[in-house]
Design a protein. Structure first.
Length: 63
C-alpha cells in the first residue's frame, strides 16, 4: 500500500534530494586530495557562520 503521492519529474519541480546529492558529489570532488586540516579550513571558508559572527561583533561595537 502506497501512502505517498509520487509525481513525475516534470511536475515535481525542485528535487531537494537530487540537489543535495549533486552538492555532496561536488564537495567530495573538490576536497578529495586535501588533508583533514585543509578540508576543515575549506569548510570554514564556505560557512556563513563566520560572516554572521563578524557582523554581530561589528553591530555590538557600534552600540
Amino acid at each position: 500500500m502506497q501512502t505517498k503521492n509520487h509525481q513525475t519529474e516534470s511536475t515535481r519541480g525542485f528535487d531537494a534530494v537530487a540537489e543535495s546529492r549533486r552538492w555532496k558529489e561536488a564537495v567530495s570532488a573538490t576536497t578529495a586530495d586535501m588533508s583533514i586540516a585543509e578540508r576543515m579550513a575549506w569548510f570554514r571558508r564556505q560557512s556563513s557562520v563566520v560572516a554572521i559572527r563578524n557582523k554581530a561583533k561589528l553591530e555590538k561595537a557600534h552600540v
